[in-house]
Every structure is written in C-alpha cells, then in structure tokens.
Design a protein around this ligand. Structure first.
Ligand code: PMP
Length: 341
C-alpha cells in the first residue's frame, strides 16, 4: 500500500483504518454504521464523553479549561478567537512567521487592530507553533508579557510537548493528528470567556459550545469516531512523550537524508524558529528534476510529496499516525535519488 505524506488530511495507522472500516459497517454492535448514528443517542453521548476524557488525559488538560471539538476548519478559529477573546479591548498581537499566522492576523484585522509585538492593552498574543506551508516551527514559546497566549497547534499537536497552562487558548484542526477532517479541537481557559463582540453569530460563541458540549448543531460523527480511535491508539503508543520522541526520530531520518546529498535544498530558519518535525519542506537543487522525483517516489509507493501550491517545491507530512517505516522508506528513496548523477 502507498504511504501518503499529505500535510493534512493525515495518514492513519493501519490498525485504526481497519477499525474505521468496521465502524462504517456496524458501529459498536449497534447494527448500524457510525454515519447513521444520531448525536443525541446514548451511544454517541458516550463516544463524545470518551473523546473529551481521552484528550484531557493525553494532553493533561486541567478542569479550568473547556475541551471543544467544533465543526469547521482551523481557519474558522481565526475569526472565533477575536470575537470571543477581545473582551472589550480593541487590539491583539499576532506574531507572524508564515502563511497561516498571516492569515490568522488578516482575519483578526476585521475585528481589531493587529499589533506585531505584545502591548499592555492587547487582549492576547497569537502564535502559530508550526507553519505547515513553510516547514518551520517556533523553537520556544514567545514572551507574551503576561498576556494570554493563543496557539495554533494544528500541525504540531501530539508531536511536541504541550503545556496547556501556558496558553489561554489552543486550537488545532483534527485532520492532522486527531484523525479525520471536519472538526477542530479548541482548549480554552474558561475564565477568558466573557462577552463576545456585538454581532457574533451564535455558532461562533464558545460559551454556546461549552454549554452544549460541542453539540450545538449537528456535528460530524465520523470525525468524532476516528478521533476516539486515534486517541486510543496514541495512548497505547505511550502518549505525548512517546509520540514526540517518534516525531523527532522520523524527522531525523528524513533530514539526515536531505542534508546528506547536495541534490536537496532545505529551509535554514534562524531563532526563534527551527526546522519543522512534522511538515518537512525541501526542494531539488535542480527544480527541473522535480517531476521525475515525484514519479519515482510514486513508483515506490510514496505519494503526496508535492509542496503547498502557494510555494511549490516538496513537502513531507509526518504526523502522529505516520509509522516510522514510512519515514524510513522516504529516507531510503531520498538517499537513492540524491546520489550524484
Ligand atoms: N493553521 C495551520 C497551522 C494549518 O496548517 C492549517 C491547514 N493546513 C490551518 C490553520 C487551516 O486549517 P483548516 O483547513 O482546517 O481551516
């Protein structure tokens, strides 16, 4: 079978995929598919409660934080964060190092003045922990001068240790490491939830989702189901410490191969950034060879290595569900392709 290096939706472990197939036929001996389960049923309520417990346990989320799984992408949080967290202030700080943080800042600019450094009257400091498109990551959390930090963890979740209490709010699209597309995880310190901006749609008000345990409107049962399976799998793998160690090992295999041949060019970010462990971007020194690279990779069962359309080049997504064998196969191919002609 081919290994997909898509930067999202992610590769899922084979054992999880097998259970997904089972649940599509007959979910938990209900006799019907997960796609046919109403979210007001006791079975679904038990699933939702299990997912919340799993996330709290795996990420060490304290009771003072709400755990939400909201329909819609992480981009929706670009609007929900200012609508809910400005709390009467008119300014917020956005630290921008790549495409996704710029897009978050641009959206926030519709609701408030956007600053590029912490200031006493800013409501919060937003940062993007891993820039999926550029393949760069924050090496350390920014100094936020005591302001609540909002972190976009979409492409870093479970691959890096996360100290939830250092954040006022964390969000991450589920399609990268929590399983299937359709939901976004939000962890938010409950005391930050006060008045929303006038005109905020009901469905964009975190308080509504806290009160309904994320089931304000019909949600995405399939994505909850896959998240449940992934949480069980990640817990059995040893939790975040083991997943973070695996992320380092997978990234090292690929970077060693990239650095070991003059055929490749990689990003060389300087502080406060470093190279990403989950979305490795690179290019061929001779860009004319890229079509051949992709063709030969595909022949070896290595697919979705194209870089994001906005920047081109090549990219390998290595999230939690990517087995070490996937990284090994990619590294072996990189070594072979990188041999002098
Ligand atoms: N933030 C980051 C860091 C991302 O990588 C992405 C998607 N690749 C997004 C936000 C947007 O996510 P979505 O497509 O779920 O809106």
């Amino acid at each position: 079978m081919a290994v997909s290096f898509s930067a999202g939706p992610t590769t899922l472990p084979e054992s999880v995929l097998a259970r997904v197939r089972g649940g599509l036929e007959d979910w938990e001996r209900t006799g019907v598919s997960i796609l046919e389960i109403g979210q007001r049923t006791p079975e679904f309520e038990a699933l939702a409660a299990r997912v919340e417990r799993g996330i709290r346990a795996l990420l060490g989320v304290p009771p003072s934080y709400a755990v939400l799984l909201l329909p819609g992408g992480a981009s929706q949080q670009f609007a929900m964060v200012p609508m809910n967290l400005l709390g009467g202030r008119r300014r917020a700080t956005y630290l921008c190092h790549g495409t996704w943080s710029h897009l978050a800042a641009q959206e926030a600019g519709r609701w408030c003045e956007v600053l590029d450094a912490p200031a006493a009257d800013a409501a919060y400091v937003h940062c993007t922990v891993n820039e999926t498109i550029e393949g760069i990551a924050l090496d350390a959390l920014p100094d936020a001068d005591g302001l609540p930090v909002v972190g976009d963890w979409s492409s870093a979740l479970f691959a890096e240790p996360l100290d939830v209490e250092r954040f006022g709010l964390v969000y991450a699209g589920a399609q990268k490491s929590l399983g299937a597309a359709g939901l976004t995880l939000v962890l938010v310190r409950k005391d930050l939830l006060g008045e929303v901006l006038p005109g905020t749609p009901t469905a964009f008000d975190y308080r509504v989702h806290v009160a309904s345990r994320s089931l304000h409107a019909t949600s995405v049962p399939f994505a909850w189901f896959v998240a449940d399976l992934m949480l069980e799998w990640m817990t059995a793998e040893g939790g975040v410490p083991a997943l973070a160690a695996a992320a380092r090992a997978k990234a090292e295999l690929v970077y060693d191969a990239l650095d070991g041949s003059s055929a490749y060019v990689t990003a060389e970010p300087s502080a406060p950034l470093r190279r990403s462990r989950t979305t490795i971007t690179f290019a061929l020194r001779e860009p004319g060879r890229q079509a051949r690279f992709l063709r030969e990779a595909r022949e070896r069962g290595l697919v979705a290595l194209e870089g994001h359309a906005s920047v081109g080049g090549l990219r390998a997504g290595l999230y939690a569900g990517m087995p070490i064998e996937g990284a090994e196969r990619l590294a072996a191919f990189l070594w072979d392709f990188g041999q002098p002609q």
